[in-house]
Write a protein that binds this ligand. Structure first.
Ligand code: NBG
Length: 837
């Protein structure tokens, strides 16, 4: 608790505060009862399970706050350099079980809830997922926070507190229907609103030139409008350490006093303006199909960048250091291009507000930022139109032009670049209207750029960012993604975790996953049995979930092979190829005699994932999967051998259920398109096998676990390039032909539903190489069936896979970021208060 030396006043108060809360069952029950009565204002007559969840969460939050305050003070005392992870998405999922396990308080809470007549699992299920992200990028940010805390690095996460997270997906007659996800409906007990931490964020207005006291000329931005950014903090506990970090999310609010001229306006206009201010942080990825939608997205990016930088600078200034030392104390990571407007914002603060000369400000800026690229898809490389940017952020526009001008001058002098190269390197694209290329700005403004898997970083170096790689060799590096083994093995698969702990004689592997490799050389029969048992338990859990979801209509056969593809629905991920393969299997089954059929491998094909609301092709895939499921599951000839399910509303907590129950997971993107993928790591860590292409992190996973243990197929990235360059039209394989004809015929409802999917294949307009890879995919699936028929072979492969996953922990990735990009060191607080799990 706060050190005596820094307790200026209220000695009495500190004496009282200095007592830590107790962690025995009875004290926890007492804390919960207090919250029940005083925080939730409930009485014993209305003890709803939801309030029990909240009381548990509040009481646990109290305990985390103690360690969290200590941690912040410890970092301050250590004068540690801190890393700041800026991300527009944090896909946190649920918190309760994870936080209990990290803090070592699982058993007293389990007992406490039992005393109250409830089961911890049931209570944990009541928590609403925090779905402030759409996929891998946001979930990676959440895994990284867990690792940063666990490894005791001084770090903060910064993002946006959206009122509505990623939409809720409903399936109506097979179609995806989106409804808003009001995740805060029952409140969010984990967050602490900091109404006292509010920053002013300016927008619009004009740029003035003013004379400083020394006679020099300064530029001053006079914003036309200001909004407030309020901090909401969530404690992030580390596993088996007291260190507890902060995720600070910003929420927008009106700042009437800051906009005095608006005070005179009509009160109704003012109200509308206030609502518009609040809307800045309403929803994740507002629709960008109109100019106002685009402006709102840019506003969100600037809003959170501006508030975050003010916060970081305020903290830095407490140490009374000169700005030259800023990069010695601050490392900021730009998670993809969304926070890139931070580069001109830091320049504006340093030059306009702190009066630093441009060159010094630029040196500070570029030593501070690192930039991670998460995709090679051209549509995801963000651009903003210059007129829109200049209207919203006039001063930043000037700064971006100046950065670009100086950069291009330097390039021309130092390097002999052709005009084409110069125009590709330019931050400004000379289109009509001109566009700002945010990736170029991020590269110029950062000292290091990284890709997220080896093949992805190579593609960045050799193609997407090839000019930059020639310009600054060594600047683009690779740090392969990872996932946290706490959530993705220890918590979500307790049976398998216990088996590993038993094998290794302790749970040190939870924070050092590389220990798994020691088990590779002596696989025991007992362990193989344990792995099978864990898989059975997980499958049974999923069976119950699906049965409840479908009101008993779908009862999964847990002895069947569970083949899973769960991720965002996108053409490049090729869920289409998967479902076409399922139709082929269905056709094969139909053609067999009952005796032959009974000898086939029984399979359950599981799909889940959301399609972006305006993405027609992806939505058509969802409709096709659901219709195939209806047909296949109700066909008396096949239903005992083949089941297809689409689980609606894919989320972190649904993944926690699906991952441990999966035998085979599909990562079948067209080679060269998936930057990394992280669910591949989750499945493999849970002893699942992979059917996949040599894309993203699959390449490294199969290298680590043995390619012979997985089912790798399809064109490689260079082959895909060649296919595309030569515009080779691939002949349609007979099996694919039969499948397409069946869809055309209306076997799965009106074929007009699937025009988006089928016509390009008939026309040979097959950018994602589905027709090329389809026969190879079917062959790989045949190999899967063959291995599944010999359970011993299968079991060995699963175990070898799991034991090969040591380097795919996010801990491993975070150590590399800390060493190779941020230059930060762990700062672990003394551990006397840890209760072990
Ligand atoms: C995604 C990639 C994935 C990758 C995650 C995390 C975006 C923009 N990119 O392949 O598609 O695993 O980022 O790096 O969401």
């Amino acid at each position: 608790m706060l050190q005596a030396a820094r307790r200026p006043k209220l000695e009495k108060l500190w004496d009282l505060v200095d007592e830590y809360l107790h962690n025995d069952t009875e004290s926890i029950m007492r804390s919960m009862a207090d919250h029940f009565e005083y925080t939730l204002a409930r009485n014993k007559w209305n003890l709803a399970p939801q309030s029990l969840f909240q009381a548990a969460a509040y009481s646990l939050r109290d305990r985390m706050i103690e360690w969290w305050n200590d941690t912040q003070e410890y970092f301050y005392d250590q004068d540690s350099k801190r890393a700041y992870y800026m991300s527009i998405e944090f896909l946190m999922g649920r918190t309760l079980t994870n936080a209990l396990i990290s803090t070592g308080l699982l058993s007293p809470y389990y007992e406490a809830l039992k005393e109250f007549g409830e089961n911890l699992e049931t209570i944990a299920d009541l928590e609403h997922d925090a779905g402030l992200g759409s996929g891998g990028l946001g979930r990676l940010a959440a895994c990284f926070l867990d690792s940063l805390a666990t490894l005791n690095y001084p770090a903060w996460g910064y993002g946006i507190r959206y009122k509505y997270g990623q939409f809720k997906q409903n399936i109506v007659r097979g179609y995806q229907v989106e409804t808003p996800d009001f995740w805060l409906e029952s409140g969010n007990p984990w967050e602490i609103p900091r109404q006292d931490i509010v920053y002013k964020v300016g927008m619009y207005g004009s740029v003035q030139y003013v004379t400083r006291s020394d006679g020099s000329l300064a530029v001053k931005w006079e914003p036309g409008h200001c909004v407030g950014a309020v901090a909401y903090d969530t404690p992030i506990p580390g596993f088996n350490t007291k260190n507890t970090l902060s995720l600070r999310l910003w929420s927008s609010k009106p700042l009437v006093d800051m906009n005095p001229e608006e005070l005179k306006a009509d009160p109704w206009d003012m109200l509308r303006q206030n609502q518009a201010d609040e809307e800045i942080t309403s929803v994740l990825y507002p629709k960008a199909d109109s100019d106002s939608g685009k402006e709102l997205r840019l506003k969100q990016q600037y809003f959170f960048s501006c508030a975050t930088l003010q916060d970081i600078i305020r903290r830095f200034k407490k140490s009374n250091r000169p700005f030259a030392e800023f990069p010695d104390k601050v490392a900021i990571q730009l998670n993809d291009t969304h926070p890139t407007v931070s580069v001109p914002e830091l320049m504006r603060i340093l030059v306009d507000e702190e009066s630093l000369p441009w060159d010094q400000a630029w040196a500070i800026t570029t030593k501070t930022f690192g930039f991670t690229n998460h995709t090679v898809l051209p549509e995801a490389l963000e651009k903003w139109s210059v007129p829109m940017f200049a209207h919203l952020l006039p001063r930043h526009m000037q700064i971006v032009f100046e950065i670009n001008h100086r950069f291009l001058e330097e390039v021309k002098v130092k390097f002999d670049c052709s005009p084409e190269v110069i125009s590709r390197l330019s931050i400004i694209e000379e289109s009509n209207p001109q566009q700002i290329r945010m990736a170029n700005l991020a590269i110029v403004g950062s000292h290091t750029v990284n890709g997220v898997a080896r093949i992805h970083s190579e593609i960045l170096q050799q193609s997407v960012f090839a000019d930059w790689h020639r310009l600054w060799p060594g600047k683009i590096i690779n740090i392969t993604n990872g996932v946290t083994p706490r959530r993705w093995l220890y918590c979500c698969n307790p049976t398998l975790s216990s088996a590993v702990t038993k094998q290794l004689g302790g749970n040190a592997w939870v924070t050092d996953l590389s220990l798994l490799k020691d088990l590779r050389s002596h696989i025991t029969q007992e362990f193989l049995r344990d792995v099978r048992e864990a898989n059975k338990v997980a499958k049974e859990r999923l069976r119950k979930y699906v049965s409840k979801l479908t009101n008993g209509a779908v009862d999964l056969d847990t002895s069947s092979l569970f083949d899973t593809q769960v991720k965002r629905i996108h053409e490049y991920k090729r869920q289409l190829m998967n479902i076409l393969g399922v139709i082929h299997r269905y056709q094969c089954l139909k053609a067999l005699t009952p005796t032959e059929r009974s000898q086939q491998v029984k399979r359950t094909h599981i799909f889940a994932g959301k399609a972006a609301a305006s993405y027609q092709q992806a939505k058509a895939v969802i409709k096709l999967i659901n219709t195939v499921a209806d047909v296949v599951n109700s066909d008396p000839q096949t239903k005992d051998f083949l089941t297809v399910v689409f689980l609606p509303n894919y989320s972190v907590s649904l993944a926690e259920l699906i991952v441990p129950a999966t035998d085979l997971s599909e990562h079948i993107s067209t080679a060269g398109t998936e930057a990394s993928g992280t669910s591949n790591m989750k499945f493999a860590m849970n002893a699942g096998l992979i059917i996949g292409t040599l894309d993203g992190a699959n390449v490294e996973i199969v290298e680590a676990c043995g390619q012979e243990n997985h089912f790798i197929f399809g064109a490689t990235a260079p082959e895909v390039d060649k296919l595309r360059a030569e515009r080779q039209s691939v002949a349609i394989d007979q099996r694919l032909y039969n499948v397409l004809i069946s869809i055309e015929r209306g076997d799965f409802g009106a074929s007009s539903n699937y025009r988006w999917l089928i016509d390009p294949l008939w026309q040979g307009n097959d950018y994602y190489c589905v027709a090329h890879d389809f026969p190879l995919y079917l062959e790989a699936q045949q190999c899967v069936d063959a291995d599944w028929r010999t359970p011993d072979v299968w079991a060995h492969k699963t175990v070898l896979t799991m034991f090969g996953m040591g380097t795919f922990s996010s801990d491993h990735s975070i150590h590399q970021y800390a060493r190779n990009i941020w230059n930060i060191k762990p700062a672990r607080m003394p551990t006397e208060h840890i209760t072990t799990v």
